[in-house]
Structure formats: structure tokens, C-alpha cells
Design a protein around this ligand. Structure first.
Ligand code: AMP
Ligand code: ZN
Length: 114
């Protein structure tokens, strides 16, 4: 996808601080972190958001979660805990239309979801 910021990060057309990468998934530090650990996890396959998941591409959800597990371990927050957030669509505040999960942690986030 030519105009997609996250595809450009995958293709190294834009810089990023990569935390994790394998053949199907990439993760990098959010440019505007809201917690001490704030990582964006994306599939390398361009999928706009959860609404665009299908039987054929939904394997990326498992890939993302397995990557999250490895990243949390690598960054030392697996035991303490972390939150995975997905924004789908404008009401949710989605600004980048390439499926992604925010991995948030490094401090107590509290019981409230929002
Ligand atoms: P969302 O509101 O879920 O679409 O969040 C998109 C996230 O991507 C925001 O937290 C942004 O700070 C982050 N973001 C946007 N552009 C970049 C970039 N070039 N590198 C790293 N993070 C980015
Ligand atoms: Zn994309």
C-alpha cells in the first residue's frame, strides 16, 4: 500500500526503532509513547483494521499475539503485565489504517480500560 505509513516502515522507507521482526510480523516503538513501554505490533500483510480480517488472513492475529508474548519477555514486562489495545475505525480513534496493536506497559495501568 503506497500511502500507508506502516507499510513504509516495513519497507524501510521510513525510519523506526524496531523491537521485533520475523517473516510475518514487525514491532517498533510508538513515536508518541503514552506509557514507559509503548510498542506497535503489525502484520507485514497490509490489512486496514479488524473489519478487514477474513478466514484467509486471520492467522495474523495469532502471529501478533505470539510476537507480543516475545516482546513483553524481551522488554522485561511479561511477569508484571501489559495491555494490548486495538483501535478499529474512527470512533475508536484509529489514525493509521494498517492493523496494529498497542503493547502498553512498564507501569501500573489500573483496572479501567479507558
Ligand atoms: P491508532 O490511533 O491506534 O491508529 O494509533 C496509531 C499509533 O501509531 C499512534 O500511537 C502513533 O503515535 C503511532 N505512529 C504513527 N506514526 C508512527 C511512526 N512513523 N512511527 C511510530 N509510531 C507511529
Ligand atoms: Zn499498510
Amino acid at each position: 500500500m503506497e500511502d500507508c505509513v506502516f507499510c513504509k516502515i516495513i519497507n524501510r522507507q521510513l525510519p523506526s526503532k524496531i523491537v521485533y521482526e520475523d517473516e510475518k510480523v514487525m514491532a517498533f516503538y510508538d513515536i508518541n509513547p503514552v506509557t514507559p513501554v509503548h510498542v506497535i505490533i503489525i502484520p507485514k500483510l497490509h490489512i486496514a483494521n479488524v473489519n478487514e480480517l477474513t478466514e484467509d488472513n486471520s492467522y495474523v492475529m495469532a502471529d501478533i499475539h505470539l510476537a507480543a508474548q516475545k516482546i513483553a519477555d524481551k522488554l522485561g514486562i511479561a511477569k508484571e503485565g501489559y495491555r494490548l489495545i486495538n483501535n478499529c475505525g474512527e470512533d475508536a480513534g484509529q489514525t493509521v489504517f494498517h492493523l496494529h496493536y498497542h503493547l502498553l506497559g512498564g507501569r501500573r495501568l489500573g483496572a479501567k480500560i479507558i
